[in-house]
Ligand binder design. Structure first.
Ligand code: NAP
Length: 251
């Protein structure tokens, strides 16, 4: 018996990184999992590797209203329902304010905020009708401010306000809405940051581990463990919260 037996979960941006880690953990605990990502081939490859009884890879751009609606409808039809939504898809376009372009700003706000909004709005219909649902949004320690990330920081702080508001609106319908704010997690996103800073990836990871109170960097499994708790029925009295999973980096 798994905590997620009989549940259907969507994880966006789940072809790799944190999303793939969350998808794997849900599958291990019994869920049918839909991996949504820009490239359907990559999404399907990840879905196929989850070892789930039922899994589906769907090409979806979370910033595109029609793409989101089609993807959610397809998951409900092919996996037989929807119980959990994780808004994980994300991008960075880092730059100091004076060098940040309007495209950098719009792209980041678009994926994190418009994307989470469109996905949540599409999923809430099923959640409210069945009086059951879990939404988990990915924020970041950068919500508290991070040099070179005005766009990303604003988006991730916005995710926290979005989370609290959905919790207020949807609580009466049996829907819990929470957020996780990760610290440094070893993924393509942080490896890209190292390369942009012209640093060796391993050295970048080592320095981040050294600066962290628990003296290590995080891995997708660290976020997946917290996600599996927050989207489970054990957490049904927890809503509107942002859990920092950062080794104490924010302290
Ligand atoms: P990642 O390895 O870069 O993976 C992000 C995934 O999202 C990629 O597969 C990407 O696809 C997909 N994606 C991008 N735009 C999309 C769109 N419009 N529609 C659908 N999918 C899209 O990033 P990650 O490190 O796993 O991060 C996952 C989440 O955690 C993000 O929200 C990120 O901001 C947050 N986070 C990460 C860290 C960290 O240290 N890694 C820390 C705090 C918060 P493509 O490859 O095709 O672009």
């Amino acid at each position: 018996m798994g905590r997620y037996d009989g549940r259907v979960a969507i994880v966006t941006g789940a072809a790799r990184g944190i999303g793939a880690g969350i998808a794997k953990r849900f599958a291990d605990e019994g869920a049918a999992v839909a991996v949504l990502d820009l490239d359907e081939g990559q999404a399907s490859a990840t879905a196929g590797g989850l070892g789930a009884a039922k899994a589906l890879g769907v090409g979806c751009n979370v910033t595109d209203e029609a793409s989101v609606q089609d993807a959610v409808a397809r998951v409900v039809a092919e996996l037989g329902g929807l119980h959990v939504l994780v808004n994980n898809a994300g991008i960075t376009r880092d730059n100091l304010l004076f060098k940040m372009t309007v495209d950098d700003w719009d792209a980041v706000l678009g994926v994190h905020l418009r994307g989470a909004f469109l996905m949540s709005r599409a999923a809430q219909k099923t959640f409210v009708e069945q009086k059951y649902g879990k939404i988990l949004n990915l924020s970041s320690v950068s919500a508290n401010g991070n040099r070179g990330q005005a766009n990303y920081s604003a988006a991730k702080a916005g995710v926290q306000g979005f989370t609290r508001t959905l919790a207020l609106e949807l609580g009466a319908f049996g829907v819990n809405v929470n957020a996780i704010a990760p610290g440094f997690i070893a993924t393509e996103m942080t490896d890209d940051t190292a390369r942009r800073l012209k640093m060796d990836v391993d050295e970048f990871r080592r320095l981040n581990a050294e600066a962290n109170p628990v003296k290590r960097i995080g891995h997708p499994e660290d976020i997946a463990a917290a996600a599996a708790f927050l989207c489970s029925d054990e957490a049904s009295y927890i809503t509107g919260q942002t859990l920092y999973v950062d080794g104490g980096a924010k302290i």
